[in-house]
Design a binder for this molecule. Structure first.
Ligand code: HEC
Length: 195
């Protein structure tokens, strides 16, 4: 019930939703559960037009006021911070209502890739892939990173890099994000021939 605006003990209240966070391109799904202390019937409604954060509904999200299901298949361009207010109203006379404001974060692949690059690669390959004790890796592709990490059968990995893949939470998507970062970090147009 954290975040409810109405502290009246007889007002509806919400189960905690937290801060849903996903990488752009992934789906965000959660269920809004509202309760009434006196067992009254509740009606859910919503408002995405809160500002200054973005409105998830104009970006393609939907909310089912009967089931309480919020669903949004984000696309790669949806990175940003969004807000939505969920409102629960009971059928008391007069009706009582509460609302909870939820922040939804959609992370850009570049942001995710940068965090992972700093964690796993920067020590040797320098800031933004520009090179350090090891060569520059700007523009590296997913497959070249997989090879260097020793994840491609028949290709000997770089011995200095052995063990890194084992420290990643999910190597496939982590490497994808790192490659995306390395291909898009250089501000010079078309530096990697990809844009
Ligand atoms: C402990 C140091 C170290 C770390 C950490 C490290 N590397 Fe390397 N990497 C090397 C060395 C050494 C080479 C061999 C070539 C060289 O000397 O630069 C190499 C080679 C590569 C190559 C092949 C480059 C080429 O020119 O063929 C790629 C791609 C690469 N690394 C990407 C990464 C990525 C992405 C990460 C993070 C996931 C990473 N490396 C982490 C040391 C490291």
């Amino acid at each position: 019930m954290s975040g409810d605006n109405n502290s009246d003990p007889s007002a509806p209240y919400f189960n905690s939703i937290g801060t849903p966070t996903e990488v752009a391109g992934e789906s965000i799904n959660f269920t809004v559960v509202a309760n009434d202390p006196n067992g009254m019937n509740l009606t859910l409604s919503f408002d995405g037009n809160l500002g200054p954060n973005l409105n998830p509904f104009t970006a393609g999200a939907s909310f089912d006021t009967f089931s309480g299901n919020f669903t949004w298949a984000t696309d790669v361009n949806d990175a940003g911070t969004y807000s939505v207010r969920f409102i629960a109203t009971n059928n008391a006379v007069p009706p009582q209502s509460s609302h909870v404001d939820v922040t939804i974060r959609v992370l850009s692949l570049t942001e995710v890739g940068q965090t992972l690059y700093i964690m796993h690669c920067q020590n040797c390959h320098g800031a933004n892939g520009a090179g350090g004790s090891a060569s520059l890796v700007q523009c590296s592709t997913e497959i070249s990173i997989r090879e260097a990490l020793g994840l491609v059968q028949g290709v000997g990995g770089v011995s200095a890099m052995s063990g890194i893949a084992g420290q990643m939470d999910s190597p496939t998507s982590d490497i994808q994000a790192i490659a995306y970062f390395l291909q898009n970090v250089n501000p010079t147009p078309n530096f990697c021939g990809n844009n």
